[in-house]
Design a protein around this ligand. Structure first.
Ligand code: OAD
Length: 255
């Protein structure tokens, strides 16, 4: 076992409260493309171009085609050993009455599928929709999202609708939108109270999520990072574990 691994494990074993911040990298080994890695483009559009209120106002059908494509690509994806290790770790900490919060920027639902329970979904969920008229939010696992999206060329009449008749949109946070206050508050609290913050598979460049790392550090947490490479959070990291989370998390979190 490397020295960094044993130091990181010792910090986790001593922690009464653990917070985890995950990003797209934790799902990479499940076959889900990351945002800033290769495979982040759809029909030559980047997520940053389509995941915006302006794109929705201009062309909701195109935005739903993009999300419908992403939802369909997720249907056959399963949690990997990294997701599973976090869920098992949460279960063991609960038995010892130690605190655990999983803060994720991912919208893919793979942490839930692995059995994680105490999840703060900072950027929402691709498996939920929200009415653009009445604001009602609900689970929606339909793929395609409506039958009209099964073939080429869906039109406005094919958009998914709420019971009130309004068009529903993916319940995810778009660029230029604010996170929900309650999610941000829960995440900030968990980061501030944590003895250890484990940061996994995020480039740590998108705020306010990335700000949780210095926030935890200032409040006294030991920060452990698991990533293929050092990231923008590196100045706040105590122990950096270099490699894929699917291999490193089971080793790090094993009882
Ligand atoms: P990024 O695509 O920016 O970063 C993915 C990170 O995962 C990189 O640092 C990679 O080095 C790392 N990585 C890739 N494969 C890995 C593996 N197998 N094991 C460990 N690490 C691996 O994704 P995020 O940081 O999640 O926001 O991006 C943050 C936000 O930007 C997203 O939530 C999304 C996006 O725009 C919204 O949609 C609001």
């Amino acid at each position: 076992m490397t020295t960094v691994m044993s130091k990181a494990r010792a910090a986790l074993q001593a922690a009464r409260r653990v917070a985890v911040l995950t990003g797209a990298g934790i799902s990479a080994e499940s076959g889900v493309p990351t945002f800033r890695g290769e495979g982040g483009l759809w029909r030559n559009h980047s997520a940053m171009e389509l995941a915006t209120p302006a794109a929705w106002a201009r062309d909701p059908v195109l935005v739903w085609e993009f999300y419908d494509h992403r939802r369909r690509a997720l249907v056959d994806k399963a949690p990997n050993a990294g997701h599973r290790a976090l869920a098992a770790f949460e279960g063991r900490l609960a038995g010892k009455r130690r605190g655990f919060t999983l803060i994720t920027q991912n919208v893919d639902g793979l942490h839930e599928a692995a059995g994680s329970r105490a999840i703060v979904r900072l950027h929402g969920s691709i498996w939920r929709v929200r009415c653009s008229r009445c604001g009602r939010e609900e689970r929606d696992h339909a793929t395609p999202v409506t039958p009209g999206f099964a073939g080429p060329g869906p039109g406005p009449a094919d958009l998914p609708r709420c019971a009130c008749g309004g068009v529903t949109r993916p319940a995810v946070v778009w660029f230029g939108e604010s996170l929900r206050d309650e999610d941000l508050e829960a995440a900030s609290r968990a980061a501030a109270e944590a003895d250890v913050l484990l940061v996994v598979g995020t480039s740590a460049v998108v705020y306010p999520a990335a700000g949780l790392v210095p926030h935890a550090k200032r409040a006294g947490a030991v920060v452990i990072e698991v990533n293929l490479e050092p990231t923008a959070a590196r100045a706040h990291v105590d122990h950096h574990l270099t490699g894929p989370s699917g291999a490193l998390l089971p080793e790090l979190l094993h009882a």
